[in-house]
Design a protein around this ligand. Sequence first.
Ligand code: C2E
Ligand code: CA
Ligand code: CA
Length: 427
Amino acid sequence: MEFNGLSVIVVEDHDFQRRVALRLLKQVGVADLLEACNGREALNVLMARGEAVDVLVCDLDMPEMDGVEFISHVAVNKLARALVVVSGVEVSILHTVETMARAYGIQVLETIPKPLSLQQLSESLEGFQASEPVAAPVAAPDQATREELLRGIGKREFLTFFQPKIAMATGELTGVETLVRWYRPGLGVLTPKDFIHRLEEEGLMDELTELLMRQTCIYLRAWDDRGVSVNASVNISMSSLGDIQFADKLHAVAREEDCDPSRITLELTESDVMTKIANVLNVLARFRLKGFRLSIDDFGTGYSTLKQLNNMPFTELKIDQTFVQNAPGDPRSRAIVETSLQLARKLGLKSVAEGVETRAQWDLMRSLGSDEAQGYFISRPMPGHQLPDWKELWLAPEVPELQVLAGAGAGPRSSTLIALPECLTHR
Ligand code: C2E
Ligand code: CA
Ligand code: CA
């Protein structure tokens, strides 16, 4: 049985055990996969996601926040629909957790001992019956005050999450897109839809963008030190393009953080750029002169012509996720993707298919010749410190110890390693 429609988070403090669990889940087809190494991190990741995951696979014996406290937060905030406990703790503790989870409407699937096996994991997931959709976690008061926003910027409550971009021909990690999250003490982690409009209204997008640019440069260096050399994309709001000095400001930040601007791509949405084409051309040109690259985001929604695009200094074209997601079943979306890719080739722009969620979408985008892909099929946005481990897992062709586990006789299903998706093995 394939589980490619399920979303699963693995919370496990032991690195090796976590990797094993992730790899097994990938093998049974789970594509929407999250991880955390303790309860606190898991709560942040789950709150940032904005909707409940289907299954939480969790060890109860964890440092920092123990499993019981963690699961009580998950239950109260409805962050997961079902629970698989992987643990060796006492039965009485297990009962407490099960009772608590059930009381809050979380389906308790199974308690499985370590080490995890493919067969047990598959059986647990088979037991999952999608319950009624659970409401999204408490979100924002969508009207943060100016003072709260300023304090958030001053105290660096705005955090960078990063989503990998992958070269479709080789499977290599080429870059990340920086996506902002607001960690509001007492309220959890908010996604951009809950606060960007307020920053725009208060004229604070420049401050936010400079902060995110700085954090992105700091991460690029930290990843370099861990042997992970990638480029990064930062989103630019239309409101920042009114300021002719903005390119200088971003350039100063990059220089202060010792980051070569050619490693940074600035993303601007097509509809924004095309409605103000005359006003923004000089600002765009200045970004390029300072060495930044420029991407035209959500392409396909803004009706640009070849002629207009030919005059713009873009280096990348990002196809809007709606077209990418509909393309396998909808000829019109597919035609838009094909035309966009042809346009990118003609103009010498790198193309990126955004929002790739399924194998079918990946295969189609690859066959149509998109240079890069980004989306949940590859990874959800993650906190920066997770990127090196994520990359290692992404690149590992096989984990030898899993073959040992799989061959250890846990049943016929676990004795065969299920082929990894081609995007994982094709390098
Ligand atoms: P965007 O620039 O088009 O970013 C992509 C959005 O799609 C992100 O949502 C990302 O998490 C989501 N996404 C990525 N892959 C998939 C997928 O496979 N399926 C689906 N359904 N969604 C996917 P997020 O982080 O909530 O950001 C939403 C929008 O908020 C962004 O759209 C961007 O317009 C804006 N935003 C995010 N961060 C920043 C920022 O730092 N500055 C500015 N100015 N805008 C930002
Ligand atoms: Ca973007
Ligand atoms: Ca986009």
